[in-house]
Design a protein around this ligand. Sequence first.
Ligand code: PLP
Length: 239
Amino acid sequence: METVTAFQENLARIEECIHRACRRAGRPREAVRLMAVSKTHPAEAIAEAVAAGVTLIGENRVQEFESKRPRLTELGITNAEIHLIGHLQSNKSTRAAELFSAIDTVDSLRLAQRLNDAAGKLGRPLPILIEIKLSSEPAKTGLDPAGPDLRTLLQRLPGLAHLRLRGLMTIPPLDDRPETARASFHTLRTVRDTLAQQFPGLDFSELSMGMSGDFEIAIEEGSTLIRIGTALFGERPRP
Ligand SMILES: *Cc1c(COP(=O)(O)O)cnc(C)c1O
């Protein structure tokens, strides 16, 4: 008899929660993609996720993933879709465009231009999400939804021919109250709906929001992509 791994058990439990949240929200299960966030975990963890059927993977840092990639290739993992979900400095944009299937944290025109150049040289379109900041915490990254920088970026995107905007992502303010997260998710959806009207030529279909502690709320508020680390892989080792 095959033994069920901790990952498989966690996945089954999360799937159950996703199904229930979708049912409550009147949304089909296929409307929500599950991303396994493998930061701090080794390449073997990614391989286990892929073997269990979770082929969408999120990594936070360019260098960290770069160091895992040779092992991942050794393990024969070639079919995973790996997104960068951590902050990206523009000087690492070329490497990021080479390593990742998509960049989910674009937060400046300068970064978008660098990524566009890199994707052009690679000869393949690069899907992106724009990261939106919904809290006043100074440490948080992302663009102010009401500020001029977001508008400028959106106006310039059609000229960046190698980038493919897919939608928005956000990390809610650090706060344990689920209703705070709900308010952020609701705001992101409203921001998206408004931008989609104002920029009808751009694709805003993806809403990346929801993590281990709040993904069911995010699904109820319209998330199309939930990013799950701890609830799948267990606690991360402390730095
Ligand atoms: C770490 C991380 C996650 C996963 O967080 P968990 O609470 O462990 O599920 C999701 N999104 C981003 C951007 C992260 O950095």
